[in-house]
Design a protein around this ligand. Structure first.
Ligand code: AMP
Ligand code: GLY
Length: 416
């Protein structure tokens, strides 16, 4: 099977690493890929936005399966375009991608399909938003920009003044452009967070072990929100809560897809809050999480490729994945200035000769003359597998201590 992966980050590096181990794999390709991914896959000079170019490449290279990593090409309808031409794709349709691309759509889908989530209202204008906020008595309250905002369009507002400021930033100053033309106001929930990803062909679902990412920049969950500073897998969830996730979140998600005729062959990511009243869905993502994927892939013992192909072909039912023992911890090494203004172009040392069980996935690097340089906010996802989370943590941080670039910052409490 020749496979084309779409994307270029740490998530795609981890997917490439896992797919490369499949005995069913012919040749692996990646668009646009990265210097690090090019050690595992052919990375042709085709742009991720160039749907015709991708289709032409699929024909020329006899690609049997396309696996889409990031949300942007899904929201842009790459799946519909390729499947319309007879190419098999792991990744939901454009309509399915709305579950991530529009918070309004996601919340209303959850409401229609009785999926447990926070109470909410959709605010279509700044004037209406101000009215709703003036009438709101409970703080904190959560204000979310409707559209894609790279994980930054969510504000926990402690007071009326903060909520009004969020509305002004999103709806009037348009700090996230058109993503803020509608906002969702949501009840603030407390509890422990975890994410559950499930492979699906739209009929049945195969749950992956629950993971937790660490979104804030600094230790102790302080500082600004980021794309994710690290992840741990698995996290303990009671059997009772897991059953609710299986039936009321994933089960009703599948029923909703059917009822609403949404084609979804890919991975659904449920961001969950385990509240004293039970699990609540904070968000859906329509793709593998980043950096969760880096921490989940090393724990999947089975070949992943036939499972992804089964999703794309609508024959997932009855399929299982064998998991490896132990736990995985991923620590993200980020650039100085991340997330506001990351400094890039710094030479990275110490990448090679990692002990077994340690993988250094590249989130944002560039390669020149056999050396690697930082090329983004999140630079590396240093991942270790251990007999438990503590052991994995120790190994990940030991590996990190040997890796250096100017201004490198990372959290010391991932997996604690
Ligand atoms: P989202 O992108 O919707 O997952 O939101 C990003 C982060 O904001 C989540 O991971 C939570 O930590 C927090 N968050 C989102 N919605 C809520 C909520 N209703 N109550 C409390 N925290 C929330
Ligand atoms: N780690 C959260 C995300 O992938 O959106």
């Amino acid at each position: 099977m020749n496979v084309l992966l779409i994307g270029s980050g740490g998530r795609e590096h981890a997917l490439a690493w896992k797919l490369k181990q499949s005995p069913l794999l012919g040749k692996l390709h990646c668009i646009p890929g990265s210097a690090a991914i090019s050690a595992l896959a052919a990375c042709p000079p085709v742009k991720q936005e160039d749907h015709d170019g991708i289709y032409g490449y699929c024909l020329a290279q006899n690609i049997t399966l396309v696996v889409i990593g990031p949300e942007a090409p899904l929201a842009a309808g790459l799946t519909d375009f390729l499947t319309g031409k007879g190419i098999k794709v792991f990744g939901p349709s454009q309509k399915g991608a709305m579950l991530e691309a529009s918070k309004q759509f996601a919340k209303e889908f959850m409401e229609r399909n009785n999926i447990p989530t926070a109470e909410f209202s959709v605010l279509f204008s700044a004037a209406f938003a101000r009215e709703k906020i003036a009438a709101n008595k409970k703080y904190p309250v959560v204000i979310k920009a409707d559209g894609l905002a790279a994980g930054k369009g969510v504000r926990i507002c402690a007071s009326e003044a903060e909520a009004l400021a969020a509305v002004e930033d999103f709806m009037q100053k348009r700090v996230f452009g058109s993503a803020g033309s509608i906002v969702v106001m949501e009840e603030f929930l407390t509890g422990r967070e975890a994410s559950v990803m499930a492979l699906t062909d739209g009929e049945s679902a195969l749950l992956l072990p629950a993971a937790r990412d660490h979104k804030r920049l600094l230790d102790g969950d302080k500082g600004p929100n980021t794309g994710g500073m690290g992840a741990v897998c698995p996290v303990e969830i009671s059997e009772e809560d897991m059953e609710i996730v299986r039936t009321e979140v994933i089960g009703r998600f599948l029923a909703g897809l059917k009822k609403e005729r949404i084609t979804f062959r890919g991975v659904i990511y449920a961001g969950l809050m385990f509240t004293p009243e039970g699990p609540r869905t904070l968000e859906f993502n329509v793709r593998f999480g980043d950096p969760e994927t880096q921490a989940v892939m090393p724990l999947i013992k089975s070949d992943l490729l036939p499972a992804l192909a089964a999703c794309a072909e609508g024959r997932l039912e009855g399929r299982e994945l064998e998991l490896a023992h132990g736990a995985c911890v991923t620590v993200v090494a980020a650039s100085a200035g991340y997330p506001e203004a990351p400094e890039t172009g710094k030479a990275i040392t110490g990448l090679y000769d990692q002990p077994s069980g340690v993988q250094v996935f590249h989130s944002g690097t560039a390669g020149r003359d056999g050396a690697y340089f930082s090329a983004g906010g999140r630079v590396l996802s240093v991942t270790a597998r251990g007999k438990d989370a503590q052991d994995a943590r120790r190994k990940a941080y030991a590996a990190l201590s040997g890796i250096k670039f100017e201004g490198m910052q990372y959290r010391r409490d991932i997996g604690l």
